[in-house]
Design a protein around this ligand. Structure first.
Ligand SMILES: Nc1ncnc2c1ncn2[C@@H]1O[C@H](COP(=O)(O)OP(=O)(O)OP(=O)(O)O)[C@@H](O)[C@H]1O
Length: 270
């Protein structure tokens, strides 16, 4: 889905050229779920904006959905395949109702009015907003707005959705709602890149990528990251409760077949 080799990116600050990404490689297969994390300002958003053509790499090679993103036409075309859901629920709606908001993204796609109406109803249904299709967007909750942003991605039939800390401004119920929605889409075949600062979400992801300042510090499975690497300690992460218990059992010499990453795995051990 993504081949990213040795990417570099700079931003301009007056006469200075500031390095933001250096030597980043992160291939992502179609159908994968990858969690991406790293401290504030390390370059996560800058990296993912490369993947849908919003940023332009200064060096390295980058193809997304089979398109070489060094070409400007491909940077426009890639948006049809790879969509972003941003952090701020209020920053991504353009219509005054959910129906209008989804319709906006479908304009100029050559759909007949009937096809368009059917597609909008289907995606609003899929995210649980069918009953609010004509509600004023300002009356939607943060979680509903994020679901609407997902509906827009689905209407465009995106093959990959990148969630850029899309739950960080939501309450716990809204958070688990969006996470579950993303997981369902993943189970149905959508490739997901889930940017998060939450350790428990990393532990529950099949693959975790950890960034330092503009570089990739770790890319692999979470069990190795949490039980065999020094990185979580070096980065000062609070371990998720399940990991703390797993480490304690490990330290006490329990014969563990599997070091637990999720509550279900811990339950199976106990
Ligand atoms: N358009 C821009 N122009 C200049 N500098 C920028 C621009 N966008 C980001 N930066 C800088 O690039 C660095 C990386 O920012 P980026 O937003 O990619 O980090 P991040 O890891 O996503 O941070 P956060 O977790 O806070 O969202 C930061 O130092 C930021 O100030």
């Amino acid at each position: 889905m993504i081949t990213a080799q040795n990417l570099s990116l700079f931003f301009r600050d007056g006469q200075y050229r500031l390095p933001v990404l250096q030597g980043i490689s992160i291939p992502i297969e179609r159908g994968e779920w990858v969690a991406l994390t790293g401290a504030n300002g390390c370059g996560k958003s800058s990296l993912i904006r490369l993947f849908n053509g919003l940023n332009i790499p200064a060096g390295g090679s980058l193809t997304a959905a089979g398109l070489d993103l060094r070409s400007p036409e491909n940077r426009t075309a890639v948006k049809q395949h790879i969509q972003l859901v941003f952090q701020n629920p209020e920053a991504q709606n353009v219509g005054s109702t959910p129906y209008e908001d989804v319709a906006f993204g479908l304009e100029n796609r050559g759909l007949s009015p009937d096809e368009m109406a059917k597609r909008i109803s289907r995606v609003l249904q899929q995210v649980g907003l069918a009953h609010k299709s004509e509600t004023d967007i300002s009356a939607l909750s943060g979680g509903e707005r994020q679901r609407l942003a997902v509906a827009c991605c689905l209407a465009l039939q995106a093959e990959m959705i990148i969630f850029d800390e899309a739950t960080s401004m939501l309450d716990p119920a809204g958070r688990s709602d969006i996470l579950e929605l993303a997981r369902n889409l993943w189970r149905q075949g959508t490739t997901i890149l889930w940017v998060t600062q939450r350790v428990e979400e990393l532990a529950e992801s099949p693959r975790v990528a950890v960034m330092g300042q503009g570089t990739m510090l770790y890319d692999g499975d979470p069990r190795t990251l949490f039980y065999s690497s020094e990185l979580p300690g070096q980065l000062g992460w609070e371990p998720a409760p399940v990991i703390s218990i797993g480490r304690l059992l490990q330290a006490k010499g329990w014969p563990l077949r599997l070091l637990p990453l999720t509550e279900q795995e811990l339950e199976a051990i106990l």
